[in-house]
Write a protein that binds this ligand. Sequence first.
Ligand code: CTP
Length: 405
Amino acid sequence: MSSPLAAKRIVLGVTGSIAAYKVADWVRSLKRDGATVTVIMSKGGARFVTPLTFAALSGNHVHDDMFSMSMAEQIPHIELAKQCDLLLVAPASADAIARLAQGLADDLLSTVALATEAPIMLCPAMNSKMFMHPATQTNLARLAEFGYRIIKPDVGAMACGDDGPGRLPEWHVARHAILSIFARQDLTGRSVLVTAGPTWEPLDPVRFLSNRSSGKMGYAVAAAASQRGASVTLISGPTTLHAPPGVNTIQITTAQEMYDETISRAEGIDVVVKAAAVSDFRPDTQADQKLKKATAKAGTLTLHANPDILQTLGQRKGKCHYPLLVGFAAESEDHLNEGRRKLREKNLDLMVVNDITGVDCGFGVDTNRVTLLDYNDATEELPLLSKEETAHRIWDRVARLLDSQ
Ligand code: CTP
C-alpha cells in the first residue's frame, strides 16, 4: 500500500537532547512509510545516540562533518540541501534553535538549513524552563517568521524530573504535521464536520447495543481534511483511536448525542461527512441497575428508532447555507443499489459505498475498497487502498464538487 510519504527524501537533523533516542524510532516509521531518510547529527546529538544507530536504522551514511572528505567533491551541505524534500530537525535542542535563529553557518546542519529550499520543520525538545525562557521563545518566533514549521512540544514529566512543556511529541502528531506539509492545500478556508465510529445504546449500566465500527475510516477522513487545510470538527463515538492533531474532536456515546452535536453545528459548515455507523435503534428503556437474569424477561427487547441524522440534514438542504453532504454505506449485499437508494432518500451529494464482506475492507482493518456515487449517477470504483489514501481520494472528489458549486 503506498503512503503519501513514499519516495519523499527526508533529511533528519538530530541535535543534543535526550529525546534523540525516541527519534531513532521515527526513522523506522518514516522508512515503513517508504521515505528515504538521511541523518545529520550535531556534536550534541551524537553524544546521546551514536551515529551507528541512525546509520543502521536509516540504511544511509550519517553525516556529522561539514568538511568530510568522504564526499568532499560534492560539497556536502549543498548536496544534502538539494536532495531534500523536507528538513526535519528532531529533537531540536535550545542550542540548535538559537543557532538556526541567528543564521549561523558553522556546522553541517545549520548550513543545510540555510542552503535548502525545502520546507523545514522543528520539533523542540528540552527542559520546560529552557523551552519557556524568553530567549528560546523569541528564537522560535523568529524561526516561525522565516517560515519554519514548529511543532509544539508535549506537556508532561521530563527525563530530568521537571514537569511542563518540552517533551518530544508522539510520532503520530509529527507524522500528521509532515503529511500536512506535503498535502495539497485545496480545502484551505473550508469548514468540515466529520462523524466517525459506532454509537453505544445503553441497556443498563453494564450493557449496550452497538456495531463493529472501529472509527478508522472516519478518523482518516478527518485527518486528511485537516492536512489539506480545512478547519475540522470530528464528532466521534467510542473508539480507541488518537484524536487527529489540530482537529476539534467531540466525544459522544449515543446516536441521540451524535444527532444533537451534528445538527447544532451543521449550519454554516461547507461539508458534512457521515462516516459514523449510527445505531438505528436503541432499547426502549434503560435500566438504572444491572438487569438480572433471574428477574429480566428472556427473549424480548423492545427497541425505539433513533433519528436519522443524515436524512435530517438532507431534508434541510437548500434552506440556508447548508453543507454538501457525504454519506457512507457499508453493505453486505447489493451494495451499489443500496448506495444509490440511500443517496436519493437522504438527498446526498456523494455516497461512499463499501462492501464489508471482504477481509481487507470494512470494519477494523487499515484498508478499504470503496465506490463513489454522486447525484448524477456517476460511479467511480476505487482500488484496494489504505484508509488514509481512500480518505484523500474522497476529498479529491469533494474538492471538485465544492469548486463546481
Ligand atoms: N446515518 C445517520 N443516522 C442514522 C443512520 C445512518 O446519519 N440514524 C448515516 C450514516 O452515518 C451513513 C448513512 O446514513 O452515512 C447510511 O447509513 P447506513 O447504516 O448504511 O444506512 P441506514 O440509513 O441505516 O439504512 P439501512 O438500515 O437500510 O441499511
